[in-house]
Design a protein around this ligand. Structure first.
Ligand SMILES: NC(=O)C1=CN([C@@H]2O[C@H](COP(=O)(O)OP(=O)(O)OC[C@H]3O[C@@H](n4cnc5c(N)ncnc54)[C@H](O)[C@@H]3O)[C@@H](O)[C@H]2O)C=CC1
Ligand SMILES: O=C([O-])CC(=O)C(=O)O
Length: 270
């Protein structure tokens, strides 16, 4: 295990908690060395049951303990985790991808320090095909997100515009615009749109529709790409996690698959 990659995780909620348990159970080439959480007592209890308890540290100190820093916390603390990981030249894996869009200067900083920023597919699908298509001309990229109303409740855009979703009895289009504005208005709901934008033609040109839909039980994302090389239409229907209904259960699995790809001999997909 001496030359395995050391992994630190900021946040131990729906994503970080699942990921931490999976890493502790054993993943070839990776070992969990540090975690950060808001509720220290709860975090101590969680890691006490681990086979190899990681250090419990402050968000800004995660990068001291690891080669790879996974951000799995609210967007509000994204910068603290990202800046320290990038300053130390680590591999930074963000979950709150929407928070990266207004902070693209972090890429310049990463170029200086040798850090890498690896955005996982997360709750979405098909980013391999979108990246391939974007190597050639692309006419349009759109994403339609439908969530059960409780998966959108409290989003800043809804609050600012007085849009009430909990009582909906029919689907309602609550936002239509580009990925940049979608990520700003729904920081905890449409990181998928931000990841799609980064894979393809950028946040200004990637168009987003967000629906509050009492008829769905899953967080459902459909992406459509019109490109010179191919036309793509893909839908993923995510089971909301118990801890956080905004977050699909597939998200920590996607990040785990992404981390495996950092060390595996065989890597599938672009
Ligand atoms: N990229 C993607 O496809 C997806 C991204 N996300 C995003 O990933 C992020 C994490 O999502 P979840 O795990 O569902 O959230 P969660 O709310 O279940 O967990 C967040 C964790 O961060 C911790 N935390 C909060 N403030 C902290 C602080 N100051 N210091 C240390 N820890 C702190 C909390 O204690 C909690 O354990 C969110 O920003 C969410 O929007 C969610 C789903 C999909
Ligand atoms: O993109 C997000 O932030 C979360 C999401 O829609 C999902 O998990 O399906």
């Amino acid at each position: 295990m001496a030359d395995s990659l050391r992994v630190a995780i900021g946040g131990l909620g729906a994503i970080g908690g699942h990921l931490a348990r999976a890493l502790d159970a054993g993943v070839e080439g990776l070992r969990l060395t540090a975690v950060a959480a808001r509720d220290q007592d709860k975090a101590r209890q969680t890691i006490a049951g681990f086979r190899n308890p990681p250090a419990l540290v402050a968000l800004a100190d995660l990068a001291e303990h690891a080669d790879v820093v996974v951000e799995a916390a609210p967007a509000a603390v994204f910068e603290t985790i990202a800046e320290s990981a990038i300053a130390r030249g680590r591999i930074f894996v963000p979950s709150s991808v929407g928070a990266l869009l207004p902070r693209m200067h972090l890429l310049d900083r990463a170029r200086e320090t040798g850090a890498r920023i690896i955005v996982p597919t997360g709750a979405l699908l098909g980013l391999d095909a979108v990246r391939a298509a974007a190597e050639g001309p692309v006419t349009s990229v759109t994403i339609e997100t439908r969530k059960p109303p409780r998966g959108l409740e409290g989003a800043p855009y809804l609050v600012e515009n007085g849009i009430e979703v909990l009582g909906l009895t029919a689907p309602r289009l609550v936002f239509k615009g580009n990925a940049f504005d979608a990520a700003r208005g729904f920081p905890a709901n449409v990181n998928v749109a931000a990841a799609l934008a980064l894979a393809g033609i950028g946040p200004e040109r990637t168009m987003v529709e967000i629906w509050g839909d009492p008829g769905v039980t899953r967080n459902t994302h459909t992406i459509r790409v019109e490109a010179a090389a191919a036309r793509l239409t893909m839908t993923i229907e995510n089971v909301p996690s118990e801890e956080n209904p905004r977050t699909g259960k597939i998200t920590p699995l996607s990040i785990l698959a992404c981390l495996r790809g950092l060390t595996s001999t065989l890597k599938v997909g672009s």
